[in-house]
Structure formats: C-alpha cells, structure tokens
Design a binder for this molecule. Structure first.
Ligand code: AMP
Ligand code: FE
Ligand code: FE
Ligand code: ZN
Length: 282
C-alpha cells in the first residue's frame, strides 16, 4: 500500500484543484493521500467527492503555520474536526494576517517591480485560498519578471530577504494542544529542513512531544541524509511516529506525488488516535 500524507491544492499554494490532486494520486499509483493545505480545510469537500471515482482513500488534513521566536514551523494536522471553534479562530487569524502581510510584501517589491499589484497576486490564487508567498511569486512570473517560483524565492522571497514580512502564526506547543483538542493528530512537517530557513532546537520538539505531538515527517525531500537521520533518531527517542511524504504542490514545486511514503502501520496509528473525522475510503 502506497501512502502519501502531505499535499497541496489551489485551496492554498498548490496548482491543482483538490479533486485533481486525487486523480493525480491515482495516476501515481497511490492508494491513500492526505490533502494538507496551509491553514484551511476548504479543499476537503472537492477532494471527498472524487474518492469513489478515483478509488483513492482520503485523509483530510491541514498544514498549520506556527512560529517559535520568529522561526517558522509547519504542523500537519490529520483528521481533526474542521468546525472546532478554537482551531477555526486560530486559522482565520493566520489567514487574515497572511493577506495583510502579502500586501506589505507587494509594497516592498513595488520598489523593484512597479508593475506588480496586489490584485495580480489575488488573480493567481484560487477563490478564498490561503494567500502565501508562492502567489506573489506566480504574479511576478505572470508579469514576465521572473522565470518560476523557485527563482523568485531564491532572489526575493527567502526568509531573510529585505522584502520578507512575517505573518501571525500560533506557538507550536499551543497548536499541538489545539489540534488534539479538535480530535486531530499532529505531526511536525519537515522539522530539520534548514534550506528553507532557520529550524528549531530539539528542545522545542521535546516540548511539543510532551504536549501531544504524534509524529515527525522524517522522509521529505528538503531533508539531507544527516537531517533525516537526526529526525529519525529524535522520533525514536521521543516515541514519535515517523512519516514520509511528498509535499506535492502540483506544478508549483518539483516534488512528485509518492516520492516519499508512509507505512500502513503509521497510518493505522494516526487513524486510531483521531476523533475528528474519519478517513474516507472508496
Ligand atoms: P508562506 O507560507 O507564504 O510563508 O510561503 C511558504 C511556502 O512557499 C511554502 O509552503 C512552500 O510551499 C513555498 N516555497 C518555499 N520555497 C519555495 C521554492 N523555492 N519554490 C517554490 N515554492 C516554495
Ligand atoms: Fe506550500
Ligand atoms: Fe510545509
Ligand atoms: Zn506543505
């Protein structure tokens, strides 16, 4: 059984509709896929509708943006109640802050690209999508100013860039508790992907583990062999599950569906611990 527990659609910064992510998952030979858009569950319905047609089981999830002393942390939440008031309030706050922050980044970039507008950024995003830097990158590509997302991140949108502006994001320990309170199962995404920006010390992950963290995403293309080994050792020491996933974004990134996978026993553990919504099986 091939299981990929981390993908994005146009509900955030992926490039395919949620249903098309499931269709692509079938074409990639996957039996189970999790849809984990940034700070939203708005893609769940569209994906759920094609579970029978594709024969791909759907793990409904989300990737929650968190921040620890200015260091960005991504927390995957699986199978939580999408209407839990505390969790809904937190992602709404993050999404509103993301929109404000994207306007500020655009203002900064306008010094170099006067033709860039916030409307052009919105035109790159799906209806009601969580706005992120990739949509700003897409706007620059649409204007012909840059070649692709990768080039924009490399030259203008990396974390330490003068054009970068942060957005509100909850503390990761509080976020772990909130996901559990919503019946979800929290797994820390790409914990040691240093190429993306600064990463947290093991001590922060230990605190998250004490608060109820269920696992670490050990196998991810942004980990080199040393980082992968470190994540695996930490997971063993803290008795956390180990997942592997693609972090697929359609054409927005090189990541291919199923390039990393999660074992069936880890999926069973996640399913056992969840009480928000079930896995949808064909
Ligand atoms: P944000 O959530 O707005 O801070 O933007 C971060 C998102 O940008 C991540 O979720 C990644 O999907 C995406 N991203 C980061 N680096 C790159 C890159 N080099 N190429 C394409 N997408 C990227
Ligand atoms: Fe993303
Ligand atoms: Fe992430
Ligand atoms: Zn992701």
């Amino acid at each position: 059984m091939r299981i990929d527990l981390h993908t994005h659609s146009v509900a955030s910064d992926g490039t395919q509709a949620p249903a098309d992510v499931l269709r692509a998952a079938r074409a990639a030979g996957l039996q189970v896929v999790a849809l984990t858009d940034h700070d939203t569950t708005s893609g769940w319905q569209d994906a759920a509708e094609v579970v029978p047609e594709t024969g791909v089981a759907l793990v409904r999830g989300m990737e929650l943006s968190c921040s620890h002393r200015g260091i960005s942390i991504h927390l995957l939440s699986y199978l939580h109640d999408p209407e839990h008031p505390g969790l809904v309030a937190e992602i709404e706050r993050a999404r509103e802050s993301r929109a404000t922050r994207a306007r500020r980044i655009v203002e900064r970039l306008q010094e170099r690209f006067p033709e860039l507008t916030y409307d052009e950024v919105l035109a790159q995003a799906g209806d009601g999508a969580t706005i992120g830097r990739p949509h700003i990158a897409d706007a620059l590509v649409a204007l012909g100013a840059c070649r692709d997302r990768g080039e924009v991140f490399r030259d203008y949108l990396y974390d330490a860039s003068p054009y970068y502006v942060p957005h509100y994001a909850p503390d990761p320990v509080a976020a772990v508790r909130l996901v559990r309170a919503a019946g979800g199962v929290p797994v820390m995404a790409h914990p040691f992907a240093a190429a993306r920006g600064r990463v947290v010390d093991d001590a922060v992950i230990e605190e998250m583990a004490q608060a109820g963290l269920a696992g670490l995403e050990v196998d991810h293309r942004d980990h080199d062999e040393r980082q992968r080994a470190h994540a695996a050792a930490l997971a063993r020491g803290l008795r956390l599950a180990q997942t592997g996933s693609s972090d697929y974004h359609g054409d927005g990134k090189l990541n291919r569906l199923g390039e990393r996978t999660t074992s069936p026993d880890v999926l069973a553990r996640i399913e056992d611990e969840a009480s928000g919504v079930p896995v949808l099986r064909p």
